[in-house]
Design a protein around this ligand. Structure first.
Ligand SMILES: [Zn+2]
Length: 362
């Protein structure tokens, strides 16, 4: 077991050093015009090194603390000609003590504020649309970061955005077009879901049940519980429109219903990709130009539909930084789980993640 700094074995130190070397020579991310979506190719070098270090250890904070102590993330930020798109979901009220919903997506305000202040000192934080424009124009990406929030939670508008606005930090919120009118809990936040968290269940929900909230909640007999916190619900149109009107906050499209797009036919794309954009344009008073794939799941057919609909770019949940050769309609991101340590956050943002290419729910 490796509980703290200073307890690493020589073999582990060697493995970390080898990992650093391999990361530094790792390939530039390659555009994937045809992809199976969630399962990226893993760099052979990184995989070999990862195999030398136990998965358990790789995930422990000692690994990331060691990297930060050695200055590796800082080196990588300066070295790699790539930008980073961070993916958040919700931000809780300050001093929130109540634990509700999917623990991975509801980030404490204090941890979020710490991350933002750290980012402001080290990155040029630009609107995602600008990062996409730089990519398409073959302009500099090194040292740039963009902040994104999936699902349009009320907590983002009530707690995250006021902080970002005060700091003049731009951000993009991807809204599920059908949700601001309903404002009931997303299925993955239901308190009773803990009884159904086996991986095969979740896989079946996203495939056979198409990630469809109605199908999943009826299959599990779930209903939004009374007293569910406002911050955990989708924001209403008033909050979305007011924030968007103030400048600096970009609204993107996260489909109409948050279903698994790869499981839908072309006819349903009209509602999910085209009509959803029009609904957000009318209700939020903005012109969305960016799309986020629900659950991060996409394939070539979905990607082409989004491109043909006129979007300037689209984001996945495939892990990675954005380099010059990336496909603007299949951009990787760095998902920020609510429990992440500050050392792991710094390492992941610099492209140092041992389990590359994994998607996250949401
Ligand atoms: Zn989502």
């Amino acid at each position: 077991m490796h509980g703290a700094r200073g307890t690493m074995t020589s073999a582990e130190r060697l493995a970390i050093a080898a990992g650093i070397v391999c990361s530094n020579i790792e390939r530039t991310p390659v555009a994937k015009p045809v992809s199976k979506g969630r399962h990226n190719w893993h760099g052979a070098c990184f995989t070999i090194v990862a195999g030398l270090i136990s998965a358990k250890f790789m995930l422990r904070s000692a690994f990331y603390t060691g990297l930060v102590t050695l200055g590796v993330p800082a080196l990588m930020r300066r070295w790699r000609a790539a930008g980073v798109i961070l993916c958040y979901h919700n931000v809780l009220p300050p001093r929130n003590a109540r634990v509700v919903g999917d623990a991975g997506v509801h980030l404490s305000f204090e941890r979020f504020a710490e991350q933002v202040h750290w980012l402001v000192r080290r990155y040029a934080i630009v609107p995602l649309a600008e990062l996409v424009a730089r990519l398409r124009g073959a302009q500099r990406l090194r040292g740039t970061a963009a902040l994104t929030f999936d699902d349009g939670y009320d907590g983002v508008f009530a707690h995250a955005w006021p902080l970002l606005h005060d700091l003049r930090v731009p951000a993009t919120v991807f809204v599920v077009a059908d949700r601001p009118d309903r404002r009931d809990a997303f299925w993955w936040d239901h308190p009773d879901l803990a009884r159904h968290t086996a991986p095969p269940d979740r896989e079946r929900w996203l495939t056979e049940l198409k990630g469809d909230a109605q199908s999943i909640t009826s299959a599990l007999s779930l209903a939004t519980p009374a007293g569910f916190p406002a911050s955990h619900r989708p924001a209403g149109w008033d909050a979305i429109a007011a924030a968007a009107a103030g400048g600096g906050l970009e609204i993107g499209v996260h489909s109409a219903t948050h279903r698994t797009l790869t499981r839908l036919d072309d006819g349903e794309f009209e509602r999910e990709i085209v009509a959803s954009r029009e609904a957000i344009r009318v209700r939020a008073g903005v012109e969305p130009v960016l799309f986020a794939y629900p659950y991060g799941i996409w394939d070539a057919r979905v990607r082409d539909a989004v491109r043909k609909a006129g979007y300037h770019g689209a984001v996945t949940l495939d892990y990675g930084l954005v380099g010059a050769r990336h496909d603007p309609w299949a951009l990787p991101r760095v998902n920020v789980p609510a429990s992440i340590s500050s050392a792991a956050f710094q390492a992941w943002a610099a492209g140092l993640h041992p389990r590359r290419g994994q998607a996250r729910s949401g």
